[in-house]
Structures are given as structure tokens and as C-alpha cells.
Design a protein around this ligand. Structure first.
Ligand code: NAD
Ligand code: APR
Length: 232
């Protein structure tokens, strides 16, 4: 049984009602990412940044996993320990669909972090700049989200997975943000077959051996059914 590494982006959650970033009505067409998704933006106006993530957290909590999230959870159950999900998404729809061991490159909306002492805890529905850290008591709490210019989480676990992968699949990512945008190249160089599942070809389409276009809720379940049938 082969090792499958799956990268997901905002596109897998689009049909659950969570917007993407760079599609026609994407988040970055409505917000200035420098104001709400950079350390400088947070230093300048923490209340604005908390408000942005409070709204995103509320959206994510009302959203439901879709057929694409559920299909990946089914694949993991069929091949325990062989299917790894690395996501750029900060929602918890993979986990709520039943997936386990999900590696969140960019952090999680359900996490709070103390910028002073590094303490982590579960985020309340709404966070405010004056919230005291439960460990050091300082009012330096931030969403546990990786901002532009910050280094993504879990890379020490991800590089070996990409080298060991027999199959690398990217789902619903525009291929515009590094290091995730280089994962297909990394896995391909190590011998993986690379498959892209997306509504339209991404910026990294040339890095893939195979591309299937369509809505994730249709093409992801179809792909999972196909490989489960093929490999018994
Ligand atoms: P973000 O804007 O904070 O981006 C963080 C990541 O972008 C970092 O890993 C960084 O390395 C990378 N990055 C991208 N361009 C970069 C550049 N030019 N230079 C350096 N680093 C760069 O995104 P986020 O925090 O993941 O999401 C922002 C908000 O949008 C969140 O609240 C999230 O809930 C919401 N959102 C979520 C989803 C979802 O989870 N499915 C979808 C759309 C929007
Ligand atoms: N089915 C499949 N793919 C879809 C669907 C859908 N229903 N809807 C949109 N897509 C695809 C788009 O074609 C695009 O390739 O999802 C991708 C969305 O791209 P982005 O909005 O750039 O989202 P993503 O690739 O996840 O962004 C990467 O950038 O701002 C940072 O940290 C943020 O994690 C985010 C990172």
C-alpha cells in the first residue's frame, strides 16, 4: 500500500460556504491582507485583526464539511496510517468530517496564542486585544494563525512525507503561496505521481503529471472511489 500526501487549499472549503482568497469575490478582494494578515498589521491595529478573525471563526463554526472533506476522511479510514492531509486552511472542516492527523500549515481559527510567552489555548468565539493570557496574564493574545512573512507550521514533519510519497494530490489551491506551492515539485522529484484536483488549473499546473478540473465536491469523491476500487 502506497503513501498518499494530500495538500488542500481554500478551494476544498469553498462549497461549504467559506470564501477563497483569490477567486473573483475572494477575501483579498475585500480586505487588505497587509492590514489583517501580517504581524505589522496586528501591531498597528490588533482590534481590527481580532475582528477579522472573529468573523472568520464564526463563519467556519457555522459551515459544514462537504463531500470532498468526507471523501478524504473515508480514504484515511480505508488506508490507516497511509494517507496524510496537509492543509493551508485554518478551518476545522477536515477534522469535523472525521479526518485525523491533519497538519495545518497556516494555523487554526480555533487556536489562541500568547505573543509574549507562546502559551496556546482554545480560542473563544470572539477574541479581543485586552484578553489576558491564561499563563502569563499579559494582554498579548493573537489568533494562532500564521501570517504573511511568518514561517508556516509543521514543516519538519512535512518534508519527509513529501520525500516518501508515492502519490501527491493538491486540492483547491491556487499554487501562489510558498512553501506549499513547491510541494508538487518536491514530491515529484522524489518520485511521486502528482495529481491536481481544482476548479481551474493552478499556477503550479506544470508541476503535475495529471490534472482533473471540476468542483471539489464532485471530482474528489470520484477520485477516492476510483483509487479504492483500483487497489481493492
Ligand atoms: P494569511 O493571509 O494569514 O496567510 C498565511 C500564510 O500565507 C503564511 O503561511 C505565509 O507563508 C503565506 N504567504 C502568502 N503569501 C505570502 C507572501 N507574499 N509573503 C510571505 N508569506 C506569504 O491567511 P490565513 O490566516 O490562512 O487566512 C486568512 C483568513 O482567511 C483566516 O481567518 C481564514 O479563516 C480565512 N479563510 C479561511 C479559509 C479556510 O480556512 N478554508 C478560506 C478563506 C479564508
Ligand atoms: N472546487 C475546487 N477548487 C476550487 C473551488 C471548488 N469549488 N473553488 C475554488 N477553487 C480553487 C480555485 O481555482 C483556486 O485554485 O481553489 C483555489 C483557491 O485559491 P486561493 O484563494 O489562493 O486559496 P489558497 O490556494 O488556499 O491560498 C493559499 O494564501 O492567503 C494565503 O494563507 C492563505 O492559505 C491561504 C494561502
Amino acid at each position: 500500500m502506497e503513501t498518499i500526501v494530500i495538500l488542500t487549499g481554500a478551494g476544498i472549503s469553498a462549497e461549504s460556504g467559506l470564501g477563497t482568497f483569490r477567486d473573483k469575490d475572494g477575501l483579498w478582494t475585500r480586505y487588505d491582507l497587509n492590514e489583517v494578515a501580517t504581524p505589522d498589521g496586528f501591531a498597528r491595529n490588533p482590534a481590527l485583526v481580532h475582528e477579522f478573525y472573529n468573523a472568520r471563526r464564526a463563519n467556519a463554526r457555522t459551515a459544514k464539511p462537504n463531500a470532498a472533506h468526507e471523501a478524504l476522511a473515508r480514504l484515511q479510514r480505508a488506508w490507516p496510517g497511509k494517507v496524510w492531509i496537509v492543509t493551508q486552511n485554518v478551518d476545522d472542516l477536515h477534522e469535523r468530517a472525521g479526518s485525523t492527523g491533519v497538519l495545518h500549515l497556516h494555523g487554526v481559527l480555533e487556536g489562541a496564542l500568547c505573543a509574549r510567552c507562546g502559551q496556546r489555548w482554545s480560542a473563544p468565539a470572539r477574541m479581543h486585544p485586552a484578553d489576558p493570557c491564561p499563563a502569563c496574564g499579559e494582554a498579548q493574545t493573537r489568533p494562532d494563525i500564521v501570517w504573511f512573512g511568518e514561517y508556516p507550521y509543521h514543516m519538519a514533519e512535512i518534508w519527509p512525507l513529501l520525500r516518501a510519497a508515492d502519490l501527491f494530490v493538491a486540492i483547491g489551491s491556487s499554487g501562489t503561496v510558498y512553501p506549499a506551492a513547491a510541494f508538487a515539485q518536491d514530491a515529484g522529484r522524489a518520485g511521486a505521481h502528482c495529481l491536481e484536483l481544482n476548479a481551474e488549473a493552478s499556477a503550479t499546473a506544470p508541476d503535475f503529471d495529471e490534472i482533473r478540473l471540476g468542483p471539489a465536491t464532485q471530482i474528489v469523491p470520484a477520485w477516492v472511489d476510483e483509487i479504492l476500487a483500483r487497489r481493492g
